[in-house]
Design a binder for this molecule. Structure first.
Ligand code: ATP
Length: 251
């Protein structure tokens, strides 16, 4: 049960979370994480493996409900919504891209790209038109009639990006989208993602353990052991504040 709060989210944050706590079957995933992202901004959530990045993104999308804390999207208290409303929010306003493209091998590239629109009732013609427009924008229009098996992994990941963007979501959640790619491919995918998001005013929450991938972000949130990194470091070294005081006295 999530306790209500009098604290309203900041006006300029399209997505805002306060003091999130979440545990996976008893083992801590998030411990008191607060995060905000403004409309059109790119927020990088960084940290080593197991630091809680995916758990945070899943709490922000409403896929996971925090045990404590609040998540607000566009003035809506996501943490109080039921499963159907959260599912609708994810479908209509959010998109997700992970490290694996997860394309359907039987479908052509344009059909894979159009899937989110077809599943929400768009006509075949409108969905195809939008899918092909996004494939063109991402410079992969030439693949539209091919099947994923004919593409490289990096090309498939760009198709997955087109599929994520085809519904023009308010927020794109990108969980280690470049992780399985070589350096040059990583740079291309990242440039494609950030350029497309910025030119369409799409907010991005980008989880990555890689400094170069985090570099284009407007802001970043560093996690360690499920906490903001600064808090985790302080918790690991209870004498830090005392030590700093001692240092400044002796300086
Ligand atoms: N389904 C689960 N069941 C049990 N523990 C989990 C589950 N998912 C995550 N965890 C644990 O929660 C912690 C945070 O995991 P999370 O996947 O959020 O971190 P991450 O920073 O995204 O890591 P990675 O980069 O490896 O995906 C880790 O200790 C992880 O082992």
């Amino acid at each position: 049960m999530v306790a209500p709060s009098d604290n309203a989210p900041p006006d300029d944050d399209v997505l805002w979370a306060r003091a999130l706590h979440y545990s996976h079957s008893g083992s801590p995933g998030l411990i008191g994480v607060t995060a905000g992202v403004r409309r059109g901004e790119i927020l990088a959530v960084t940290g080593p493996r197991g630091s809680g990045k995916t758990t945070l993104l899943r709490c922000l999308t409403g896929r996971l409900v925090p045990e404590q804390g609040e998540v607000w999207f566009d003035g809506v208290p996501v943490h109080t919504l039921g499963p159907v409303a959260r599912e609708r929010l994810r479908r209509d306003r959010f998109a997700w891209i992970g490290p694996e493209p997860q394309l359907l091998p039987e479908l052509k590239v344009w059909e894979n790209t159009a899937l989110p629109l077809l599943l929400t009732g768009a006509t075949h013609r409108a969905a195809k038109h939008a899918a092909c427009a996004w494939l063109d924008r991402l410079d992969i229009g030439g693949f539209a009639r091919k099947r994923p098996g004919a593409l490289t992994r990096a090309e498939c990941q760009r198709v997955a990006l087109a599929r994520a963007l085809v519904g023009e979501p308010t927020v794109l959640f990108a969980d280690e989208p470049t992780a399985p790619l070589h350096r040059a491919e990583r740079a291309l995918l990242l440039r494609t993602l950030t350029t497309a998001a910025r030119s369409h005013g799409i907010t991005v929450v980008l989880a990555t353990h890689d400094e170069e991938t985090a570099a284009p972000a407007d802001r970043r949130l560093d996690l360690l052991d499920g906490r903001p990194a600064a808090a985790a470091t302080a918790a690991d070294s209870p004498r830090t504040t005392e030590d700093q005081a001692a240092c400044s006295l002796s300086a």
